[in-house]
Design a protein around this ligand. Structure first.
Ligand SMILES: Cc1cc2nc3c(=O)[nH]c(=O)nc-3n(C[C@H](O)[C@H](O)[C@H](O)COP(=O)(O)OP(=O)(O)OC[C@H]3O[C@@H](n4cnc5c(N)ncnc54)[C@H](O)[C@@H]3O)c2cc1C
Length: 497
C-alpha cells in the first residue's frame, strides 16, 4: 500500500474546511495537492463569530491585508468579553485580552493590588488594564507602542458566512480544488483500514492519501465510518442546545462580546459592522425550546432579522482526533460551548499541529500519538476554563446554578482554584491557550479573593504602595484621550482597504 502523502482531501466547507484548506495550501502547497469536497445542499452551521487574538497568526501566515479582511468579513474589534450575571445577578466583570498593571520579575501586579486591598486601599483591578479602559469607553486604535503597558490585544467579531467565503476565495485562487457534491459513501482499504476514497451521490469517486474531516457535527469519516469514540463532558457542562438569531445593528458598535447569564444558560451578543449576532446557549433539561425562544427574543435590543435557528450539540471531544489517516478538525473533533470563543481557535490549532506533525512519508504511531496527546490536553484545559465560570457562581435563583456550584470539577481545576485562593498564584500549562491574566480575571470576577499575596509585594510601605498604584493607573490612562471611538476606527481603517 502507498505510504507517501501526495494528496490531502478535506471533507466539508465550513469554517473548519476552508481554514484548513487555506493554511495547508499556504504552508504545504508545494508538497501536496489539496481538494475540498462540500455539499451546498447540506450547508454549514453558520455561527461562530467571535474569536480570540491568535486568529491574527492565521492572518499573518496567510499574508492577509487587515483592512481588506475587516471590510470583507464585516468584522469589528474584540477587546474582551463582558460577563453579566455570572457571579450573581446584577454583577458584571470583563475577561479582557490585556493584563492589569505592570508586573515585575517573579511578582505579578495583582499581588500588589491584593496587598493594597488588605491595607484598605481599594481600587478596581481592571482599571489598570488598557483593554478594559478602551472596552468600557467604546474605543480602539492600532497603537504603535514599544511598551507593553500600552499594548492593546485584540481579536475580531466577524460574519461566519463571509469569513468562509473569504477563505474560499483565498484558497481557490491559490490552487485548492473545490468539488461540489454530496458524499454518499466512504471506502476503506481492506488491508490497511485507511480511508482511500469518497463516493459522491452521482457516482464520482474522490481518492486521497490523507483526509481532514471537517464535516461538522456529523463526523462523516471520524465517527460514521471509523467509529472513533466520543468522550462526553455534559456532566460538567450541561448546556446542550443553542438558538441563534441575527438582529439589526446598534447605533454604537461595542468592541467586546457580551455573555449574559440567564437562569439555565446564557446569551451572547456579538456586534458586527452590518448586524448583531445573538444566541442563547441552554440546557434542554431546564428550558423547552419555546421557553428558550421566549427568553432569547425577549432579550434582544434590536429588531430580529429572520427566524431563530436551533443547534443541538453534545459537549465533549472525539477520543482520537487523529485516527488512521483521518484528522478531525472543527465540530467533528468535539464541541465546547462558545463562552470563550474557542472553537475557531481549536480549528487553527489543529491545523497548525497537523502541519508540524505532517506524515509526509506515511502515518506512524508516533505522529498519531503525539498529535492526540496535545489535542486532548488542549481541549481539557479549555474545558476546565469554561467550567470555572459556572462552578464559581454565587447564584441561588435556580437549580441549574446551584448544581453548577456543587459539581465535582476535574482535579487539575480544583488545584488551580486552591492555589489562587491561597496566595493569588496562578499555574500556567504549556498547552493552555489561556494565559495567567485570563485565569486571574475570571477567578477574581467570579468572586475568589486570594487569602495572601506574594512576599515581594510586601516590601513597600502603605504610602509607597498607594503611590505605585496611582502612578500605574495614571500611566495606563494616558493614551486614552487620543484613542478614537471603535466606530471611528472602523470607518477610517476599512476605507484604507
Ligand atoms: C451556537 C454556536 C455558536 C458558536 N459560536 C462560536 C464563536 O463565537 N466562536 C468560535 O470560535 N466558534 C463558535 N462556534 C463554533 C463554530 O461555529 C464552529 O467551530 C465552526 O463553524 C466550524 O464548523 P465546521 O466547519 O466544523 O462545521 P460546519 O459549518 O457544519 O461545516 C460542515 C461542512 O461539511 C459538509 N458536509 C457534511 N456532510 C457532508 C456530506 N455528506 N457530503 C458533503 N459535504 C458534507 C457541509 O456541507 C459543510 O460544508 C459556535 C458553534 C455553535 C454551535
Amino acid at each position: 500500500m502507498k505510504q507517501k502523502i501526495d494528496k490531502v482531501v478535506i471533507v466539508g466547507g465550513g469554517t473548519a474546511g476552508w481554514m484548513s484548506a487555506a493554511l495547508l495550501k499556504r504552508v504545504l502547497g508545494a508538497l501536496v495537492d489539496i481538494e475540498l469536497v462540500e455539499s451546498e445542499e447540506i450547508g454549514i452551521v453558520g455561527v461562530g463569530e467571535a474569536t480570540i487574538p491568535p486568529i491574527q497568526h492565521v492572518n499573518a501566515v496567510l499574508g492577509l491585508d487587515e483592512a481588506e479582511f475587516l471590510r470583507e468579513t464585516k468584522s469589528t474589534i474584540k477587546l474582551a468579553i463582558r460577563f453579566e450575571n455570572w457571579r450573581k445577578q446584577g454583577d458584571k466583570y470583563y475577561h479582557t485580552f490585556g493584563a492589569p498593571g505592570r508586573s515585575q520579575p517573579f511578582c505579578h501586579f495583582h499581588h500588589f493590588w491584593t496587598r493594597a486591598r488588605k491595607a484598605g486601599i481599594e481600587s478596581n483591578l481592571w482599571e489598570y488594564d488598557l483593554n478594559y479602559l478602551c472596552a468600557e469607553a467604546g474605543k480602539f486604535a492600532k497603537l504603535q507602542v514599544d511598551d507593553p503597558l500600552w499594548e492593546l490585544k485584540y481579536a475580531y467579531h466577524f460574519d461566519a458566512s463571509l469569513y468562509g467565503q473569504f477563505l474560499r476565495k483565498y484558497s481557490e485562487s491559490r490552487g485548492v480544488k473545490r468539488t461540489e457534491g454530496l458524499i454518499n459513501d466512504v471506502r476503506i482499504n481492506a488491508e490497511s483500514g485507511h480511508v482511500e476514497s469518497l463516493v459522491l451521490r452521482d457516482g464520482r469517486v474522490i481518492d486521497g492519501d490523507f483526509f481532514v474531516d471537517c464535516s461538522g457535527i456529523r463526523g462523516l469519516l471520524i465517527h460514521k465510518k471509523l467509529g472513533t469514540g466520543y468522550e462526553d463532558w455534559s456532566h460538567w457542562l450541561p448546556c446542550d442546545r443553542a438558538m441563534a438569531v441575527p438582529t439589526e445593528r446598534f447605533k454604537e458598535t461595542l468592541p467586546f462580546t457580551r455573555a449574559i447569564a440567564h437562569s439555565a444558560g446564557w446569551q451572547w451578543r456579538i456586534p458586527l459592522q452590518h448586524r448583531n449576532g445573538n444566541g442563547l446557549v441552554y440546557s434542554s433539561n431546564h428550558y423547552s425550546d419555546d421557553e428558550a425562544a421566549a427568553i432569547l427574543m425577549g432579550n434582544l435590543e434590536s429588531q430580529p432579522i429572520g427566524e431563530p435557528k436551533i443547534i443541538p450539540f453534545r459537549t465533549g471531544r472525539t477520543r482520537k482526533q487523529w485516527n488512521r489517516n483521518v484528522v478531525a478538525v472543527g465540530l467533528s473533533s468535539g464541541f465546547l460551548e462558545p463562552l470563550e470563543s474557542t472553537s475557531i481557535y481549536l480549528i487553527q490549532s489543529a491545523v497548525v499541529r497537523l502541519i508540524h506533525l505532517f506524515p509526509h512519508a506515511g502515518v506512524t504511531a508516533a505522529l498519531v500519538d503525539e498529535y492526540n496527546r496535545q489535542s486532548q490536553t488542549e481541549y481539557e484545559l479549555i474545558r476546565d476554563f469554561i467550567i470555572l465560570h459556572y462552578y464559581l457562581n454565587e447564584r441561588d435563583d435556580s437549580q441549574f446554578w446551584r448544581d453548577a456550584a456543587h459539581m465535582d470539577v476535574p482535579q487539575r481545576l480544583k488545584q488551580k482554584i486552591a492555589l489562587f485562593r491561597s496566595n493569588g498564584s496562578l499555574s500556567q500549562d504549556h498547552l493552555d491557550i489561556f494565559l495567567e491574566p485570563s485565569w486571574l480575571q475570571v477567578m477574581l470576577g467570579q468572586g475568589i479573593v486570594p487569602q495572601d499575596y506574594h512576599p515581594l509585594a510586601g516590601g513597600l510601605s502603605d504610602a509607597q504602595l498607594r503611590e505605585k498604584l496611582a502612578n500605574t493607573m495614571k500611566l495606563k490612562k494616558e493614551p486614552l484621550p487620543k484613542i478614537p471611538s471603535h466606530d471611528q476606527f472602523l470607518e477610517m481603517f476599512c476605507k484604507k482597504a
